[in-house]
Design a protein around this ligand. Sequence first.
Ligand SMILES: O=C(O)C1=C[C@@H](OP(=O)(O)O)[C@@H](O)[C@H](O)C1
Ligand SMILES: C=C(OP(=O)(O)O)C(=O)O
Length: 428
Amino acid sequence: MKQLLNRTFEGTLRVPGDKSITHRSLMLAALAEGRTEIHLPLKSEDTYRTMEIMRAIGADITESGDIWIVESRGHAHLHSPAGPLYTGNSGTTSRLIIGLLAGLGLEAEFSGDDSINRRPMDRVQRPLLDMGADIRLKDEKYPPVHIYPKPLKAIDYDMPIASAQVKSAVLLAGLFAEGTTVVRESSPSRDHSEIMMKQFGAELSSKDGVISLTGGKKLTSADVTVPGDISSAAFPLALAILKPGTSITIENVSLNPTRSGILEVLEMMDANIEIETLPGDGEAIGNITASYTPELRGFDISGEIIPRLIDEIPILALLAAYSNESCTVSDAGELRFKETDRIRAVVDELSKFGIRFEEKEDGFTVLPGEIEPAAGTAVKGYHDHRIIMMLIIFSIVSDTPLNIDDTSAIDISYPGFINDLESLRKDA
Ligand SMILES: O=C(O)C1=C[C@@H](OP(=O)(O)O)[C@@H](O)[C@H](O)C1
Ligand SMILES: C=C(OP(=O)(O)O)C(=O)O
């Protein structure tokens, strides 16, 4: 990483494919009769966990360079796995698979790594029990999760939290439930499941936060091209804004409005960014250019924007530290249930450099002030990809070598992160 310090960066990058869309494409392609090609999938630890699980229940998936091919004779050919499943570090795999397995009426058991085994699964279990599923959890909350075959009925579900994982689990189960499943969202969460289910022929409509899905409709294959992941793009974009002499363009990245809250905050901060939308009929995509911005305004965000930038909050905290004004994030208590408690992690690690935080149960305020980077400071990544990548961007922006305990979790969502940054070095 030393090779990235005391440099400036310039150029164009394609970040890896969207993680949320890749997970969903593997699941839906396995349910849909026919051959699906998934172009430019994210090849990362988390998405391979979903691929292995889909194979363990009978999906035929082959990899051919940047295309994954799923050949399916339809959902009826999927079967209970021969042994326990493993979801690794992936919350999306864990939550969505509960809905999928319950919907298919399969018997299965799964657990994950230490982080997943501490993440709550009862949020998905509750609505599925209402649908008639039989799902058992350790201490009524955590993996190992056991799922037993039961027929499902549609429900009308008022979401108590804004969670795309819960919504998607209910919808995946709803594909096989008797009747029309209705999900009511209080704040919009990412809608990739809804978009893709329609592409695969599901009888689904969505309006003003109310999603209706009629069970029993046969899905048919549809090719998917995965756009770049805006959650990954956020790191090089932050680098461009914070590093003097730097300008970076990210091409073909998802601009889905349920994901692009970060761009709205960058605009609030008066950051130098340009967004070019590209034509297309599925997921919104475009190119984003960000450049060094010496004076950054503050922000105060809460409410409906939070689910639209939830995974970008660690890197937003770093941007906030460089603002001349105070920056507040509220209504983001969900951050405490991610790979690690991301509020704690951000506050504990960035405080080591004189960055002043007021921590709250549901967020934090970053106060303006001097940053005091000290070479060789020991920092912890908590085996959380987003915390680690934020710390690496801080190290590069402040030209300070840091002693990060373990960076291997980068591979959860962005293998090639360091290489991509190297490709942008002005002298590369
Ligand atoms: O559905 C998805 O693909 C995701 C939903 C979000 O989680 P929640 O549903 O828990 O908010 C997000 O944090 C996660 O990275 C991916
Ligand atoms: C929270 C994340 O993912 P997951 O919930 O799938 O582990 C993330 O990618 O930041």
